[in-house]
Write a protein that binds this ligand. Structure first.
Ligand code: ADP
Ligand code: TYD
Length: 209
């Protein structure tokens, strides 16, 4: 039985990743697991700069943004305070809301996907998720959710871009199918239906040798 897992949630903006990551973390915590729930961009120095760029408060080129997300990810993995390598070694199940497939999908729209994958290879070598959970929701539904719940939208949150991002996710999943555990979940259902599916998948994974 695996003691603790590294679980990455993926999906386009508004697909319900944060909701599901929180629900899974609560359920596992209630069962007595040690759980570390985290996200990218992080709330560290580089992640904070990225959030300002996403809001439009700071200007940056797409290539710069791709480099900053990589730096933020390395810090997420390696920082001495609560880096994911340390948390996993201490026995926590780590649940992250976005990891390197987000970079493949969002930056692959603007630059060569193979470059983005190669640039992130070090992260995959340091920590590869036991499972990448892709919450699949039509882009139009995601846009409706975003528009009805927020006063403003961020850099990548428009229908045309989200369609492109979704296509890049699919391209990356095909390219990486041989070495990544990727599971698609129909996220266009009630929060509880989606959460039950995810929980059952994670339980199966925990029991695998
Ligand atoms: P993400 O982290 O992928 O951007 P969120 O979890 O923040 O998505 O959800 C985006 C919005 O959609 C939130 O307002 C949330 O309450 C809502 N939402 C999440 N899951 C569902 C669902 N299954 N059905 C309808 N609305 C949902
Ligand atoms: P997030 O806060 O997860 O947004 P949401 O909850 O709306 O999905 O992520 C913020 C944005 O950062 C989102 O538009 C996707 C983008 N992003 C990248 O462009 N590259 C990356 O490597 C990551 C992790 C996120």
């Amino acid at each position: 039985m695996k003691k603790n897992l590294f679980i990455a949630f993926e999906g386009i903006d508004g697909s319900g990743k944060s909701t599901q990551a929180k629900m899974l973390a609560k359920r596992l915590t209630d069962e007595g697991h040690k759980v570390h729930l985290t996200f990218e961009p992080t709330d560290g120095t580089i992640g904070t700069l990225l959030r300002n760029i996403l809001k439009g408060a700071v200007k940056a080129d797409e290539r710069t943004i791709a480099g900053l997300f990589l730096a933020d990810r390395l810090d997420h993995l390696l920082n001495e305070h609560n880096g994911l390598v340390k948390m996993l070694a201490e026995g926590y199940t780590v649940i992250t809301d976005r990891y390197y497939f987000s970079s493949y999908a969002y930056h692959g729209v603007h630059m060569d996907l193979n470059w983005v994958i190669a640039a992130n290879e070090m992260c995959a070598t340091i920590l590869r998720p036991h499972i990448n959970l892709f919450i699949d929701v039509p882009t139009s539904v995601c846009m409706e959710r975003i528009m009805s719940n927020r006063a403003s939208t961020e850099r990548y949150e428009n229908l045309e871009n989200l369609n492109n991002v979704k296509a890049k996710y699919n391209e990356a999943f095909v390219l990486k199918a041989h070495e990544e555990n990727i599971t698609h979940i129909n996220g266009n259902r009630s929060e509880h239906e989606v959460a039950d599916d995810i929980y059952n998948m994670v339980c199966k994974l925990m029991l695998m040798p």
